[in-house]
Every structure is written in structure tokens, then in C-alpha cells.
Design a protein around this ligand. Structure first.
Ligand code: ADP
Ligand code: ADP
Length: 230
């Protein structure tokens, strides 16, 4: 079934229509990759889906249920179910890797502290960082920080993961380790929508490539159809 669906999503900044009535649907376990020039609206689309930015028009459905995003009441619960990975990691600098992953479990899921720490350790192990659990973000490389943020999202057990150019803030030599973790997620069956400029990687993991320009989908289909056969 459909995990995530957006219909006719419109977002305006001033007079400019940044998303021009955009629709897409992601079924369970599917991986869709957004590509397109800078300024196309990929990041705005992901922020609208996560309701970090409130759309001006359109509908969002999670597992078929319409999300009443104009009311603040259920936003919190909705966001818990949608994992978000940003370019810039967004970790808490004053918390260790383990605490960064555990904090959502304690604060949001109300998990007992010991249980949360055990679960957080499990997720850090999954991204290959168990031995760095006690370190603060300043002591980690960019690639390690991004893997912590992926572990943090995974700990919440999201129904879908949204990734906004997860490797674009990284030095080139650190990109591979993050892509390898994302690839593991894909293989584990995670439902995913990712914006990236890593075209070869997109071709390797995507069920479908969505090419965006000027706030609209210009073309979508299997990687081979959209990207050709290099
Ligand atoms: P992409 O992720 O594809 O590079 P973005 O979604 O970041 O594109 O940006 C799409 C367009 O929206 C750009 O022209 C950008 O300048 C504009 N934009 C994004 N955020 C804002 C904002 N907060 N206020 C005004 N314009 C914005
Ligand atoms: P580009 O898009 O610049 O051509 P690639 O996506 O081919 O670059 O490679 C960037 C990094 O991602 C490299 O370190 C490569 O090892 C890694 N990578 C590429 N494809 C995959 C894949 N399918 N799985 C895991 N890592 C990959």
C-alpha cells in the first residue's frame, strides 16, 4: 500500500510559486530519488512533506490517512513517523552521539532512560558507530555526524525517511561511508524519498527517479529511463 502521498502541493514565497501543485506517491519499501537543478524546489518539497514548512495548498496522506496540517494538534505525532535527514546533520552539540540518538526516545516516545540508551546503542551499531557513542559532535567527522543523525532518525522507527542531500555538506572522501549506510537502509526495506546530486548512487538504489524543475515534476520513471544507460 501507499505509505506517503502528496496531492497538488503548492508552496509560495511572496509571489513566487515554489511548488506548483506537485503530486507524488511512495509505496511501502519503495525508494524514490529527487534530482534537478539547484532551486528546483526539492528541499522545499521535503520540508513541506515533513511539515517543517506548511504548504499553502494540497493534501498529504500517511498510510492513506489525510494529515490535517493546518491544525497544530497532530503535527508532533505526524513528524515522529517521518524521519528527516538534513544536509547539516542538526545534532545537539552538547550531547554525545548516544545521547543525541536516545533523547527523542526519552522525550518523545517516553521510553525509560536505560531502555532508550540500549536502543540508541543498537542504532549506532547499525551505522557502524558503536565505538564512538561517547563522543560529542565536535569530535566526529562529518560522515560520522551524518551517520549519527541517520541512527537518530531510525531509532524513532519512522514509516518513511526523507533525506535532503545527505552528502552535500561532506568532504568527498566521507561521502562513500554515508552512502553505504543509506544503501543498507534501502536493502532493509526502508521507504525513502531522497534528494541528491549523487547521480550514480541514485541510479543504483532508486526504484524511480523524479526529475524536478521550477517546482514541478518534469519527468519520472525507472533510473534507466530517466538517466539513460551510461
Ligand atoms: P532545491 O532544494 O531544489 O535546490 P529549494 O527548495 O531549496 O530548491 O529552493 C527552491 C526555490 O525556493 C529557490 O528559488 C529558493 O530561493 C526559494 N526559497 C527557498 N526557501 C525560501 C524562503 N524561506 N524564502 C524565500 N524563498 C525561498
Ligand atoms: P558521482 O555521483 O559523483 O559520480 P558516485 O555516486 O559514483 O559519485 O560515488 C560517490 C561515492 O559513493 C563513492 O565513494 C562510492 O564508493 C559511493 N557509492 C557509489 N555508488 C554506491 C553504491 N551503490 N553503494 C554504496 N556506495 C556507493
Amino acid at each position: 500500500g501507499s505509505v506517503l502521498q502528496v496531492k497538488n502541493l503548492v508552496k509560495r514565497y511572496g509571489d513566487r510559486e515554489i511548488l506548483q501543485g506537485l503530486s507524488l506517491e511512495i509505496s511501502k519499501g519503495a525508494v524514490k530519488v529527487l534530482i534537478g537543478p539547484s532551486g528546483a524546489g526539492k528541499s522545499t518539497l521535503l520540508q513541506c512533506i515533513n511539515l517543517l514548512v506548511i504548504p499553502d495548498e494540497g493534501e498529504i496522506f500517511l498510510e492513506g490517512q489525510p494529515i490535517p496540517y493546518r491544525s497544530k494538534k497532530n503535527l508532533h505525532r505526524y513528524r515522529q513517523q517521518v524521519g528527516m535527514i538534513f544536509q547539516e546533520f542538526n545534532l545537539f552539540d552538547h550531547l554525545t552521539a548516544l545521547e543525541n540518538v536516545a533523547i527523542g526516545l526519552v522525550r518523545v516516545k517516553k521510553m525509560p532512560r536505560d531502555e532508550a540508551r540500549a536502543r540508541a546503542m543498537e542504532e549506532l551499531r547499525r551505522v557502524g558507530l558503536a565505538e564512538h557513542a561517547h563522543k560529542y559532535p565536535a569530535q566526529l567527522s562529518g560522515g560520522q555526524k551524518q551517520r549519527v543523525s541517520i541512527a537518530r532518525a531510525l531509532a524513532m522507527d519512522p514509516k518513511v525517511m526523507l533525506l535532503d542531500e545527505p552528502t552535500s555538506a561532506l568532504d568527498p572522501e566521507l561521502v562513500g561511508e554515508v552512502l553505504a549506510v543509506i544503501k543498507d537502509l534501502v536493502e532493509s526495506g526502508m521507504t525513502m524519498l531522497m534528494a541528491t546530486h549523487q547521480i550514480a548512487f541514485a541510479a543504483a538504489i532508486a526504484d524511480e527517479i523524479i526529475f524536478m524543475e521550477d517546482g514541478a515534476i518534469v519527468e519520472q520513471g525507472p533510473p534507466q529511463k530517466i538517466l539513460g544507460n551510461p
